[in-house]
Structure formats: structure tokens, C-alpha cells
Design a protein around this ligand. Sequence first.
Ligand code: FVH
Length: 295
Amino acid sequence: MNHETKTAVTVIGLGLMGRALAGAFLKAGHPTTVWNRTASKADQLVAEGARPAATVAEAIEASPLTIICLTDYQAVHDLLDPCDLDGAMLVNLTSGDSAQARQAARWAAQRGARYLDGAIMAVPPAIGTDEAVILHSGPLADFESHEATLAALGTVTHLGTDHGLASLYDVAGLAMMWSVLNAWLQGTAMLRTAGVDAATYAPFAMQMAVGVAGWLPGYAEQIDSGAFPAEVSALETDARAMTHLIEESEALGVNAELPRLFKAMADRAIAAGHGGEQYPVLIDEFSRPGKAGTE
Ligand code: FVH
């Protein structure tokens, strides 16, 4: 492959993820400059053809596109605050929250750098495959200018011009992931009391998760329209089933904190007059600060 026909790219931060990112660029034929605080982490990549930069400033200078992947935003500022970023194009794939992303965008603009914020929804071994979903937010023109290069990392998406969006989607995805896992653990704990092992319950749980996921587009329409007619079930019916879940958990001696939390939220919505409406009416409960702990 002729490396010189592909856009040169710099990767700053060669932890587990940064090394996977740099490796994917190299594999796709991009001339790749790398820099890491602990220089030895670049050794394998250099052996594979990466160019080591002596300083972070030299690394940024080396390519029209710089990918940053450090522990957190504080590390990004600690490292790059002293650098001249004028004219640089930065794509920050460091995990953080939306406020940090928006603040970093302002910081980059003040320094004359173009900036996209990103979130990696994948583990290092998936990088370079279609399975690696990588979200970006910030100016569309900047994303489009570098989309072909970024695509070496996986399935890349531009979410919008608000720099906070990639981080918001990232944490929303985490909410989904932990909610599904916690629900599965709740059921697994209950079934284990009857001698059903986790592997036996897992396929049933998967079927439930996939089935419930299929409800999301219709429920989303209700949320977006602000009308929650009970087409399949009313919230008060769900709340009664939640009582069964709580009572069963307590009787079995397994943890009932999570079911009690579901029920407390449903009860508040019912008390506010929404018992006859459908489940997504609970969006109001999720859209304001909650009460600490379960009630
Ligand atoms: N690994 C994963 O599966 C996840 C998947 C989802 C997204 N994350 C995020 O990616 C960021 C980096 O994660 P990582 O797994 O590469 O993390 P580490 O292996 O711990 O590497 C951290 C790198 O950051 C460098 N670093 C930290 N502080 C500084 C600093 N003040 N100045 C310069 N560099 C700094 C560190 O350097 P060194 O310790 O090797 O010298 C590593 O290069 C992260 O946001 C995940 O949430 C990964």
C-alpha cells in the first residue's frame, strides 16, 4: 500500500485505546505519527511503521489531523495547554461529559485550532472494524474533511454541531448498558434461588431485552408528541406488576433496591395523575433531578 497517498495523522496518547487507534491508522495505510508521555508505549507501533515524535508540539505539527486519546480532559489540558495549537485540527476521543467537551471546544477555538469532540463506543480490539462505533460532534465541515481518514477506526458518525453531543450519546449509551445489565442481574439472582443457573436464564433474558427494545420507536413517538395513550398497558398496571417483583425479591432474600426505585418513580407519576397513561409518561420523572436513594 502506498502510505503517502493517504492523509497523515497524529495520535497523542498511546494507552490501550490510543495504541489500537494508531494501529488501525497504520493498517489502513495512513502515515502515522505518535507521541506518548511514557515513550516506550510507542515501541511496537514504531516497529510497525509509525513515526515517533520527540515532543507533543512536534507531533501536532507533523500531521493535518491530530487524534487525542488520554485518560480524561484534565490530562488533555495538562498536556496541551502549553502548546501552540494555532492551525491544528484536533479530534478528541477522550471520554468525558458534555460540559467538558463544550469547554474544550471553546478552549481550542481561543487557540486557533479546529476541534471535533468524539466518543468511542468500542473496546480496543474492535478498533479498525465496522463494529467500532465512533461518534463525533462539532462543525460538519471539519468532520466531512476528515471522515475518510477517521473511517479507518470503525463506523464513524457525525451527530451534530453541538460539541457536547458525542459525550451525551456516550453517557446515554452507558445508561442503556447498565440498565439492561442490572435488570438481567436482578432476574438472575432471583432465578438462582430456584436452582436456575445464569446460562439457562440468559437466552430468555436476551429475548426479553430484544422484545422490549422493539417498543422504543413507538414509545419515542409518544414522548416526542407529549401524548401517552395507554395502547397496550396503563402505568398503574405496570406498577402492580412492580409490586410483585418487589415482593418476590424480598421473599427470596435477594436485593430489592432496584425494583423499589422503579416503583417509587411510577408511584410519583401515578400520584400526579398519570396512572391511566402508558409507561413512557415516566419521562417527566426522568427529566428532573431525582430524590437520593430509594423511597
Ligand atoms: N479502553 C477502553 O476500552 C475504553 C473504551 C471507551 C473509551 N475509552 C476512553 O479512551 C480513553 C483512553 O483510554 P485507555 O484505555 O487508552 O486508557 P489508558 O490505557 O489508561 O491510557 C491513558 C493514556 O493517557 C495518558 N495520560 C494520562 N494522563 C496524562 C497526562 N497528564 N499527560 C500526558 N498523558 C497522559 C497515558 O500516558 P502514560 O501513562 O502511558 O504515560 C496513556 O497514554 C479514556 O478516556 C477512556 O475512557 C477507552
